[in-house]
Design a binder for this molecule. Sequence first.
Ligand code: SF4
Ligand code: SF4
Length: 387
Amino acid sequence: MTQTSSQVCVLGTDGVDRLIRLLADGGRTVIGPTARDGAIVLAPLSGGADLPYGWGVELEAGHYRLRRREDGAAFAHSAGPQSWKAFLHPQREREWSADRTADGGIVVVPDEPPPVAYAFLGVRPCDLRAIAVQDRVLDGGRFADSRYARRRRAAFLVAVECTEPGATCFCVSMDAGPAAGPGYDLALTEVVDAHGHRFLARAGSLEGESVLARLPRREADVSTQQAAQRAVEAAADRMGRTMPAVDLRDLMAETLEADRWNDVAGRCLTCGNCTMVCPTCFCTSAEEVTDLTGEHTERWRRWESCFDLEFSHLSAGPVRSSGLSRYRQWATHKLGTWHDQFDTSGCVGCGRCIVWCPVGIDITEEAHALERERHAPPAPHSLGDHP
Ligand code: SF4
Ligand code: SF4
């Protein structure tokens, strides 16, 4: 079937600027990447000039730096410290407040956040998959969250395919990139070469098609289409990390008693950074805050981490009191039991947990070590051993 120019076309940098303004004029809060405070952060955008043109990133385990790029690309950086869950599933939200009345009763007022229609610009394919993973958890199952669902259903997603993977990326191993999977309204692929700086754009929804039709654009030429395809294929070949090419669910299930968990527990600070930056982690807990008079109280929901000792607190104390049990819980849930609960992996290979771990613990390195240990021959008996 022939695609029309409102389904696939080429935008210039002016077209991306117009896209942001058009979405904002339509009442959307446009969020996208911008260079600020030494990082590529997600923040409100008012035009194309806010994008991080000419900035890239340098990543390693426990290491993140901005670096200048010669080519002026806007999206040649991999996942930053935030993910879109900061907007769809905010870190802290008031659920209700209650006040004592003059006659000694109590009035409880549920907190209804004002409706917001987001447009997310620059959703990397791994993060597009992460949004789909959170949809399974927060907008589809037994634990559906109406606030998440409202924000999610109103959101307009502009994916940007990955042409510059970071040293900690492994989306290919998790089948989550670098090409954009389903779920976007628009997908862009940035191309910078001798023919100029441009974006191959394609629509993934009727709304995306209608937005594209209102932008300054030109027909998708063969050279741009081939350059975009080559850039995405080359990104797949340049992934910085890989997971062992085995069934990770089986690997986790068969190595629960491995020595490697002791090794990683000796390095892990149980700080929970990995859970905060992970785009799929969804756990929350509730806290009640009462004012000094005792007349007013509020219930807040906030992100919770399975590395927190209180996370597994039952009547007799925490079920997972050791660092070993908490790291193992996190990794085996991400890579293993998430499949049982939600029929998908809990990891999309974005690499954030590796970059933002203060001691550089690398989930891919841990998985490889577990795989080696699973196949290691049993330790030989010493002369003094008896069968
Ligand atoms: S793995 Fe790293 S980021 Fe995660 S809890 Fe341990 S020290 Fe913190
Ligand atoms: S576990 Fe790590 S690599 Fe996987 S999705 Fe979460 S932050 Fe990204």
